[in-house]
Design a binder for this molecule. Structure first.
Ligand code: DC
Length: 213
């Protein structure tokens, strides 16, 4: 299996970089955040309280989630746009801190990679927990202001408010008990502040080349 793991906080450029890197390396790409978002949406649609750990974990085991190039599907229904709503973004960290949900998602992520012979996989615990032996483990980050500005460029909104909300989400993701967001897993930290996508990709490709030489 050839796995490139990309972790890091919201707005660090993980999705853009992971997608482009996958295309260049002829690997498939998996956005694991979309899986936690899909569970969150399914819970809200069924009026299950996101804090109800048992019920949400049970739901996570029951539903099918397909994340591919065409979008994100829960039990065959296209939820690509809905999982990006502010309501889901506001609730997803609680679902992502649920150990039962995480155990199920991790197993599915490993199965996804085994089926495909690897991939470029992005999330928060991919290098630290899910694929500790990945060929390359990257931790992409950027200054909080830069990350907020990128989100505003993508989806609009007020930069100060978005900076505050991504800082709150980062704190939650980094302080939870089960597989918190961390750089202490031997990953290579890449600060993308002031870098465009091409520059980040060139840096990563040089890292891969140095591993192979
Ligand atoms: O990358 P994103 O914003 O779509 O992630 C959604 C949430 O899921 C975010 O709060 C972090 C969490 N997450 C996680 O805990 N582990 C992952 N592997 C991916 C995402």
């Amino acid at each position: 299996m050839r796995v490139i793991a990309i972790d890091g906080p919201a707005g660090a450029g993980k999705s853009t970089v992971a997608r482009a890197l996958a295309a260049r390396l002829h690997l498939q790409y998996l956005d694991t955040g979309a899986m936690y978002r899909a569970v969150t949406l399914a819970a809200i649609q069924r009026e299950i309280h996101v804090e109800d750990r048992e019920l949400v974990a049970e739901l996570a085991r029951e539903i099918t989630i397909d994340v591919d190039n065409d979008g994100v599907f829960v039990d065959g229904v296209d939820v690509t746009a809905e999982i990006r709503s502010p309501e889901i973004t506001g609730a997803v960290s609680v679902v992502a801190a649920n150990s039962g949900v995480r155990a199920e998602m991790r197993a599915r992520q490993v199965a996804w990679a085994v089926e495909r012979g690897g991939g470029v996989i992005e999330g928060r615990d991919i290098g630290s927990v899910v694929f500790p032996d990945a060929e390359l483990k990257l931790y992409l980050t950027a200054s909080p202001r830069t990350r907020a500005q990128r989100r505003v460029a993508e989806a609009g909104g007020n930069v100060d408010e978005i900076e505050a909300s991504i800082a709150a989400r980062d704190r939650y993701d980094s302080s939870r008990a089960d597989s918190p967001l961390t750089t202490t897993d031997g990953s290579v930290v890449v600060d993308t502040t002031g870098l465009d996508v091409e520059a980040v990709l060139a840096h990563i490709e040089a890292l891969i080349a140095s591993l192979q030489s």
